[in-house]
Write a protein that binds this ligand. Structure first.
Ligand code: AMP
Length: 377
């Protein structure tokens, strides 16, 4: 069976690696001739909106999935006229616009931060008065890793931004004072079967994910259930097939949904070594109609992203149960070029192994500082 994947970055690369043992074959489509999957699978270089190229790409495929949530919805809909596309295009549509995403949460009764649409300087003023400060203004579309976001703390901040407002649809959200950021990876198969990974605790620097601890430290059954209930409701409403990530804020023991990603997700990379079946394997099992694999965590894992530079592999791999994944991308500041997962049988052992990581990882941006490591104690 050959599966078509829209997007040829590291997520596609890791999907293919998980699919080869199942005798799945892959063909990728990505606008960039440098897409990392090029080194392991056939890749078509074309724009997502080139329908002629999409038709050629789809020829002979069993189904299409995607690893990039900003694939234009019309491309997914076009392909869906010819062959199964999972997750369904309506999931892409719900996730691509922060306003429809938050409205969708509200409709499902899933708590989220207060928000208001903003389309002009006048509306920004009214919105900040309605929600109060501090608030965060975001572009409704195409923001990622903290790009396209402005935190507003004072009326002066509002006035400055009013003079320089981006000419694009925006959303103002109340700034949540959360205790921590969490995410849940969920998966739904073609027959409606669902499975959930443990909640993961995520640490960011400069808007980019740096460290995920899985399962999240001090995780109560009630919090896990709250996350699963929200994720299940989203999966079922969208008639979803595949892996879905829900990013959450924990506030006073409860969860607020921030956003969804209709694809495998960076905060699920730990599952390659840290769970019975990884998010990548489970996404492929789901879309190809196979039974889902077990999502149970195998002990405790920490996943560290490598941004813009790569450590000495020999030093890193000297740490027991440390695993290095390099994506074959040329290093550039701010670019995710790989990740490392350290696994252990207990939280104490994990903390000890994280302390043994080379000096490269002991810098502030890896978030292995006291709070993160002590959080795993
Ligand atoms: P996002 O692109 O929505 O995932 O936002 C990137 C990061 O900004 C999140 O991981 C949070 O750390 C922070 N953030 C986003 N929205 C809010 C909010 N409403 N309140 C507090 N922090 C936020």
């Amino acid at each position: 069976m050959t599966i078509g994947i829209l997007g040829g970055g590291q997520l596609g690369y890791m999907l293919a690696l998980a699919g080869y043992p199942l005798d799945l074959h892959f063909r990728f489509l990505d606008p960039s001739p440098q897409a990392p999957v090029g080194r392991i699978a056939p890749r078509v270089t074309a724009e997502y909106t080139d329908f002629e190229a999409l038709d050629k790409f789809a020829h002979g495929l069993a189904l299409v999935t995607y690893e990039f949530e900003n694939v234009p919805v019309e491309a997914a809909r076009h392909l869906a006229q010819k062959l199964p596309v999972y997750p369904p295009p309506q999931a892409l549509e719900a996730a691509q616009d922060r306003l429809s995403e938050k409205t969708f949460f509200q409709k499902l009764g899933i708590p989220t931060t207060d928000f208001v649409a903003v389309n002009s300087a006048g509306e920004l003023d009214a919105a900040t008065r309605k929600l109060g400060l501090p608030s965060v203004l975001k572009t409704r579309r195409l923001g990622y890793d903290g790009k396209g976001q402005w935190v507003l703390r004072t009326r002066d901040d509002v006035a400055t931004l009013q003079n320089d407002l981006p000419a694009t649809p925006l959303i103002l959200e109340k700034l949540v004072s959360f205790q921590r950021e969490l995410s849940i990876l969920a998966v739904r198969g073609r027959t409606g079967e669902t499975a959930f990974y443990s909640l993961v605790e995520n640490h960011h620097r400069g808007g980019i994910l740096r460290l995920s601890l899985a399962p999240a430290p001090r995780l109560s059954e009630a919090l896990q259930r709250e996350a699963e209930d929200a994720a299940r409701c989203i999966l079922e409403t969208l008639d979803y097939v595949g892996v879905l990530a829900v990013e959450l804020f924990e506030c006073e023991g409860h969860l607020l949904a921030n956003e969804i990603a209709p694809r495998v997700h960076n905060s699920g990379h730990w599952s390659i070594e840290g769970a019975v079946a990884s998010q990548f394997e489970n996404h492929l099992r789901a879309v190809s109609g196979l039974p889902l694999g077990e999502t149970r965590a195998l002990g405790h894992s920490a996943m560290l992203n490598l941004i813009g530079e790569v450590p000495d592999p020999a030093e890193l791999l000297a740490v027991p149960d440390a695993h290095l994944h390099l994506y074959g991308k040329s290093p550039r500041p701010g670019r995710k070029v790989g990740h490392v997962t350290v696994r252990a049988d207990s939280v104490g052992q994990l903390a000890a192994r994280l302390k043994r990581l080379p000096a490269f990882f002991q810098r502030d941006e890896f978030c292995l500082s006291s709070e993160a490591v002590s959080a795993s104690n």
